[in-house]
Design a binder for this molecule. Structure first.
Ligand code: ZN
Length: 250
């Protein structure tokens, strides 16, 4: 994955910039890709922020992110997609867990930070927004363990900083998970609707129709809490509620 990203940046220096935005618990590079026609000379362009692989075992997410990168950079038919919009794509948010899910435990979900009884934290419950609310667990060995404190994990701190850095021109935040066929918008901590629910739902419907048109795959659209499960402390809720990105989806 790292080799592919490095090669892309080398072969397309006018479009692609690689940036290490932090280190994981086990000191692996956390890498993002900026894709920009004018390589960020025009810093007023709107931006789409995509990430994946926060849950280690959800391998299809990083593959999907790499496919998005491939289509934006290497398919000339799609060059119009980077004409007026800049992109940031993070294919792998949790490299330690991803590695562990390959070497040791195929169903590993969490990070790999040292615990007392059990290692790792569910990074998608670790963000500092209604932390340890509905859907987050205080039990160290739970799949949904929210951590000893908000932002206890270097991976979630680094992601929040990266989101924050580009937030003022980010029009859309999308974090890719699997396997549910859902487009989820905030909130994860409460069943109260987000303030722009109509807008979030309408765009979700449009996306779902476009997906259906390809392979007749159906996607459910709704708030995370009401459609899939309660999930307080997620990156999506944080991007929406703290970084003020009004179109934030899982
Ligand atoms: Zn997930």
């Amino acid at each position: 994955m790292q080799n592919y990203l490095k090669r892309l940046a080398k072969e397309n220096p006018e479009i692609v910039t690689l940036e290490n935005y932090g280190l994981s618990y086990e000191k692996r590079n956390l890498t993002l890709l900026r894709i920009s026609k004018k390589n960020e000379h025009n810093i007023s362009k709107p931006l789409i922020f995509v990430d994946s692989g926060i849950h280690a075992m959800e391998w299809i997410g990083p593959s999907q992110a790499l496919y998005i990168i491939n289509q934006l950079v290497e398919n000339p038919k799609n060059s119009y997609l980077i004409e007026k919009v800049d992109w940031i794509v993070i294919p792998l948010l949790n490299p330690d867990g991803y590695e562990y899910s390959h070497t040791t435990n195929r169903f590993w979900r969490r990070t790999r930070s040292k615990g007392e009884k059990c290692d790792g934290v569910d990074p998608n419950r670790n963000f500092d927004i209604h932390w340890m609310g509905a859907g987050g667990s205080s039990k160290e060995c739970s799949l949904f363990y929210a951590g000893p404190k908000p932002f206890s994990e270097p991976e979630t701190v680094a992601l929040s900083q990266a989101i924050h850095k580009y937030a003022n021109r980010t029009k859309l935040y999308l974090t890719i998970h699997s396997p549910a066929q859902c487009l989820l918008y905030p909130w994860g901590y409460t069943n109260d609707p987000p303030s722009n629910e109509r807008q979030l739902h309408d765009l979700g419907e449009k996306v779902a129709r476009a997906i259906f048109a390809v392979n007749a795959t159906t996607y459910d659209i709704g708030s995370s809490f009401n459609t899939l499960n309660p999930a307080a402390g997620s990156s999506r809720d944080w991007a929406y509620g703290v970084a003020n990105i009004s179109l934030s989806y899982t």
